[in-house]
Write a protein that binds this ligand. Structure first.
Ligand code: ZN
Length: 59
C-alpha cells in the first residue's frame, strides 16, 4: 500500500515536471502565434511577426 502511494506521488511529481518542461517559458501575458509560432502579447489581434489574424485559443 505504501509502495502504491509512493508510486502515485512519484507519477504526480513526474507529471508536473513534464508539464512545466513542455510549457513555453513566456510570461502569462504572452501567447504563441499559431501561424509562425512566435510569442505575441495576449491582447494582440494581429501577429507582429507574420501579420496574420490571431484567433483566441480555448485554454
Ligand atoms: Zn505570426
Amino acid at each position: 500500500m505504501i509502495l502504491l502511494l509512493t508510486g502515485l506521488v512519484f507519477l504526480a511529481v513526474l507529471g508536473a515536471i513534464v508539464a512545466v518542461a513542455f510549457l513555453p517559458g513566456d510570461p502569462e501575458n504572452f501567447k504563441k502565434c499559431q501561424h509562425c509560432n512566435s510569442s505575441v502579447k495576449i491582447e494582440s489581434v494581429v501577429c507582429k511577426h507574420c501579420r496574420k489574424d490571431l484567433v483566441e485559443l480555448p485554454y
